[in-house]
Design a protein around this ligand. Structure first.
Ligand SMILES: Cc1cc2nc3c(=O)[nH]c(=O)nc-3n(C[C@H](O)[C@H](O)[C@H](O)COP(=O)(O)O)c2cc1C
Length: 152
């Protein structure tokens, strides 16, 4: 199996969460590639070559970051068909669950034939560019487990 992991981050918490998911994928011997959403263009990626898609976003104003919602808007139904999808957001106190539910809804509206595993992780500082506290070890472990389930 192959996986593509795409994230946006400002203070690196979401990057770390996505990397933790990749550790679970590694345990299942899934081949994976990780990209910052800033480095890639939707049109240059053939999503059909990946069984697994992971998307990570910080929570910004109780929702996904604009760069991630714009990226999700560009998926075609075919891009998502039959995909196992992992969604992760990092938030500092309020709105993480809302952000992750919005991401899931946007994807399911494109194609309901997807399997979603999702997590909102408390990390960072509210509305701030200060890095703040890191994710708990429990949430680190949960991310690894998501990767393992995706790669089962
Ligand atoms: C512009 C902006 C808006 C934010 N809005 C929220 C918010 O609505 N709720 C929240 O809990 N945290 C909010 N935060 C804090 C981030 O979600 C939190 O620090 C997160 O861990 C950052 O992830 P990152 O390190 O991947 O950038 C905001 C941060 C920024 C910079």
């Amino acid at each position: 199996m192959r996986a593509i992991l795409i994230y946006y981050t400002i203070t690196n918490h979401t990057k770390q969460a996505v990397e933790n998911i990749s550790k679970g994928l590694e345990k299942r011997e899934v081949e994976f590639e990780i990209f910052n959403v800033r480095e890639i263009k939707h049109n240059n990626i053939d999503f059909s070559q990946y069984e697994i898609l992971v998307i990570g976003s910080p929570t910004h104003m109780w929702g996904p970051a604009r760069k991630i919602s714009d990226f999700i808007k560009n998926f075609t139904p075919d891009d998502l068909n039959n995909k196992r999808i992992g969604l992760v957001t990092c938030y500092a106190g309020v709105g993480g669950n809302r952000a992750i539910d919005i991401m899931e809804k946007m994807l399911k509206e494109k194609n309901s034939n997807i399997r979603v595993d999702k997590i909102a992780i408390l990390a960072g500082a509210p509305g701030s560019l200060w890095t703040g506290p890191k994710a708990s070890q429990k949430d680190v472990q949960k991310c690894i487990e998501i990767g393992e389930r995706l790669g089962e």
